[in-house]
Each structure stands twice: as structure tokens, then as C-alpha cells.
Ligand binder design. Sequence first.
Ligand code: ATP
Length: 236
Amino acid sequence: MAILEVKGINVSYGNLQALWDVSLNVEEGKVVALLGANGAGKTTLLNAITGMIKSTSGEVTFKGERIDSLPADKIIEKGISYLPEGGRLFPEMTITENLEMGAYPSKLWGKRKPDLERMYELFPILGQRKNQLARTMSGGERQMLAMGRALMSNPVLCLFDELSYGLSPVMAQAVFKIVKQLREEGITVFLVEQNVHMTLEVADYAYVIENGRIVKEGEGHSLLEDDYIKQAYLGI
Ligand code: ATP
């Protein structure tokens, strides 16, 4: 069953149309990816799904309910967590304080302590350095912290924008390993990525976006063998 359905979304910035009739489905419990180059429209789609920008037409449905006219805070309350590109941490706060900010909505605040323990299990590095300031962490560690903070709202669907961007291959692998763990826990993940090879190794299903249009879709492993993907994105 599709937990998230995007149907015929069009988005324009003034005269520039950034998304053209974009439709896709994210099946419950799966890792689904949207792959594309810089400027293809990936972040624009995430912003349209989360109510950060308004689409000119189209529908977004979460668990069968239209969410495209809801404000961003109401969308998050439904169980969707959005990690924007770059993580947007609070650099002068500690690891624990940054995680707690993910539980800021009052109904989550009361259970932040058990949730913190869960994050320290999922990301042992965070548990070892609870009082370290976010700004002193490496890029990979910051990305782990940003993921942890996004998970503090107990989402059923995580939207991750360019998790692996700027990370070393080793850290990128570590981040994708967490994505697999989330799937094992039953959390649905929609990933937006430029790292085509690593993403297709993890994703159950993927869409490719070029110039604001979906140009290809298929199961992760089968796209790895696809001639067009090999030529255009994998350089082989
Ligand atoms: P990147 O990985 O570089 O962020 P992307 O695939 O996420 O790329 P978008 O950021 O969604 O791409 O951008 C899609 C198109 O819309 C691009 O042509 C971009 O220049 C344009 N665009 C994005 N945001 C705005 C904005 N706020 N105002 C005007 N144009 C924008």
C-alpha cells in the first residue's frame, strides 16, 4: 500500500516551472528514492510534500488523506519528518539538546528521555558524546545527529534530503546503513539523492527526475543494471 501518493504536482517559481506533472508513490515500509542532478527539482518536491511551498496543481495524499492544503506543522504532526539538506542543526547546542529539539512539540516532550536512549542505541557515537557542541562534530557525525533529531518526533515516514552529500564514502555507507535499519523497524523512508550508486543498492524502488520531470522508475537493483542509468549517472 502506498503511504504517500504524489499526483500530478506542478510547481513554479515566478516564470520558472520547477516541477512538471510529477507523480510518484511511496510504499509503506519501503525505502523509495528520488534521484537527480543539481537543480533537477528534488528539494522542490520535498518542499511541496511538506507544505513549505504551494504547488500550482496536483495532490499529495498521506495514508489516504489529502495533505496538500495543510500547513507544514500539521503535516509533521501526522507523522512525517523532514530532514532538509545540510541538517540545520543548532551549532551552539550539545548533542543531547539538539536531539531534544526534535521532541519540541509538547505531546512529545514528556517522552523525550526514552526516545533519547533509543537514539543513543541507534547512533552510539551520539551517546558517547552527549555534551559535545554540534559545531565541533565532523560532517558525518552532524548528519547522524540531524537524522537522530528527525527521528525524535517518532515519524512513520522520513523524508531525507541528500543525506550523503559532502560525506566520505565510509560515512555515506554508515548513513545508508541507518536507513536500512529504519526500514527494518518498519519506518518508511523517502530519500532524495545524487549518490546514485549507493542509493540504488539500498532503495527498494527509485524514481529519476530530470529538469522537473520524472523520466524513469523501477526497482533499485534493476535500475543499477539499466543502460540509461549506467550511462547517464554511473559513468559505465
Ligand atoms: P539541488 O540538489 O542542487 O538542491 P534540486 O534537485 O533539489 O537540486 P531544486 O532545488 O528543487 O533542485 O531546484 C529546481 C529548480 O528550481 C532549479 O532550476 C532551481 O534553480 C529553481 N529554484 C529552486 N528554488 C528556487 C527559488 N526559491 N526561487 C527560484 N527558483 C528556485
